[in-house]
Design a protein around this ligand. Structure first.
Ligand SMILES: CCCCCCCCC/C=C/C(=O)SCCNC(=O)CCNC(=O)[C@H](O)C(C)(C)COP(=O)(O)OP(=O)(O)OC[C@H]1O[C@@H](n2cnc3c(N)ncnc32)[C@H](O)[C@@H]1OP(=O)(O)O
Length: 309
């Protein structure tokens, strides 16, 4: 679906139409689940939907959806990608048969390269507004999801890609030291906004987050495990099997208890962005509109190209 069509669906407010209902992080818990299906059993009816950027398959018998990013070359989080991501999450959230989602990449070696830098270079204020609202929307939906969210990180995951993983309930990464993950914004000469930082702090704690953010560190998988940035490493070929096993473990508990606990842990951070959304958009616009920031981003893109040749 073209970005313009998606933007029309979202409307001027930048909020998806179904957002009129209470957001996921404020909704009553789902009814207690039936027994969780152990991983590896034959799977019954599957619902799938897919768009240009993301493919989703829901196994209704286990209540687990598999969401795969498939936007070559690097799954960058463009306006179109972010919009499709939010729509996909919303569809699953509204489907009572879905209790958990595993997020991974269909591309080799890359989970997601983070926010699409071209969306932040040389665009209009209207575009920056729409783009940043879409980034916020994606995070509010994912971090505030009632579903169990497991990131199966099967490749590099800088900046916005790392945020996606950090926003899940559990992170499993492929045991490959060539894959790295982190909030490397400082290396681009930009700053991670407060809610990226809050999400990071909630996972690794203040000291590790402070050092890592100031240095813009990208941590190779083994280091990411040591820091607690990911919960476990497994050989790449075992990643999906492990993700299914972890999901089954989390789904073995009653949804309502887990959901209320998740809300208790995350609400303050979610509420902070909800209360300051417009201000955050204004900050983003004034920041990226600076000539010095535009120059830094252009130089970074050139560096990526040079590194290739
Ligand atoms: C006050 C506070 C207010 C708020 C202030 C503002 C806050 C903003 C917060 C920002 C958050 C972010 O996520 S910023 C994004 C940070 N992301 C990154 O630093 C990732 C940079 N990319 C990489 O390191 C690498 O590309 C990597 C992902 C490992 C893949 O390496 P490979 O060798 O496989 O592939 P490459 O050859 O490098 O890349 C393939 C092509 O994709 C492009 N590409 C790669 N990453 C891209 C990206 N993120 N956006 C666009 N394009 C990208 C490359 O330029 C190439 O383009 P062609 O040459 O044309 O083929």
């Amino acid at each position: 679906m073209a970005a313009a069509t998606l933007a029309r669906r979202i409307g001027r407010s930048g909020v998806l139409p179904l957002c009129c209902r209470l957001p996921a992080w404020d909704r009553a818990a789902r009814p207690p689940p039936g027994p969780a299906q152990p991983p590896g059993l034959p799977l019954a009816p599957c619902r799938s939907f897919s768009n240009n950027k993301i493919q989703v398959e829901l196994d209704e018998s286990s209540g687990v959806a598999m969401m795969k990013f498939k936007s070559p070359p690097v799954n960058s989080l463009s306006l179109e990608f972010l919009t499709e991501f939010s729509i996909s999450l919303e569809k699953l959230e509204n489907n009572k048969a879905c209790r958990g989602v595993i997020i991974t990449s269909a591309l080799p070696k890359i989970f997601s390269s983070g926010l699409d830098i071209t969306e932040m270079c040389g665009k209009s204020i209207e575009h920056y507004t729409e783009f940043w609202r879409a980034v916020q929307e994606m995070w509010l939906r994912l971090y505030g999801s009632n579903m169990v969210t497991v990131a199966a990180v099967n490749g590099s995951s800088p900046a916005g890609g790392c945020l996606v993983a950090l926003s899940c309930d559990y992170r499993i990464m492929a045991e490959n030291p060539k894959f790295s993950i982190g909030l490397n914004e400082a290396q681009l000469g930009i700053v991670a906004p407060f809610w990226f930082k809050d999400t990071f702090v909630n996972v690794v704690g203040h000291r590790i987050a402070e050092r890592s953010l100031q240095l813009g560190s990208l941590h190779p998988a083994p280091e990411a495990l040591k820091l607690g940035l990911v919960d476990e490493l497994v050989p790449e070929e075992k990643l999906m099997e492990k993700a299914a096993a972890v999901m089954a473990q989390w789904l073995a508990l009653p949804d309502h208890a887990r959901q209320l606990t998740k809300t208790m842990m995350r609400k303050a951070v979610l509420d902070r962005l909800v209360a300051h959304r417009e201000e955050d958009i204004k900050n983003f616009i004034s920041f990226v509109s600076k000539e010095s920031i535009q120059k830094s981003l252009r130089m970074y893109m050139e560096m990526l190209k040079k590194r290739k040749s």
